[in-house]
Design a protein. Structure first.
Length: 132
């Protein structure tokens, strides 16, 4: 039991660090209010990725999808990218979900959810959305 707890703690801290490094390296916002302000100025919707420390699928989504150069280029062309860890950040209650990872496309004018893509298994739907 102790070994399991140690592994969970280690994987949690490693993921928390890697999502922050990802945000910095790939130029994602990590503050909802700032992302919303930028979206209004640039007239782009927000692409909001919700993750959690304990979620291995979140880590896979970041590493295998969001970290791809061509996908990242298209994301920045179309959206203001935002990534938040639901365990570490405050965000509007309407985005609270038991399912992660989840990607919300948020209308920059109305601040309403236009699209919601849940789970790593729906990554191809996400990729099609970004590449349209």
């Amino acid at each position: 039991m102790k070994l399991f707890l140690i592994i969970v703690v280690l994987s949690t801290s490693i993921f928390a660090k890697s999502y922050k490094q990802f945000a910095s390296e790939f130029k994602y916002e990590t503050n909802y209010k700032i992302a919303l302000e930028k979206a209004k100025i640039e007239k782009k919707d927000i692409m909001f990725v919700m993750t959690a420390n304990f979620c291995p699928w979140c880590s896979k989504f970041i590493k295998r999808v969001l970290s791809k150069k061509e996908i990242n280029k298209n994301i920045h062309k179309k959206f203001i990218p935002l990534i938040l860890n639901r365990e570490e950040h405050k965000f509007p209650k309407k985005y609270n979900t038991p399912f992660i990872p989840v990607v919300y496309i948020v209308d920059y004018k109305t601040n309403e959810i236009k699209n919601k893509i849940v789970g790593y298994s729906n990554r191809f739907k996400f990729i099609r959305l970004v590449n349209e």
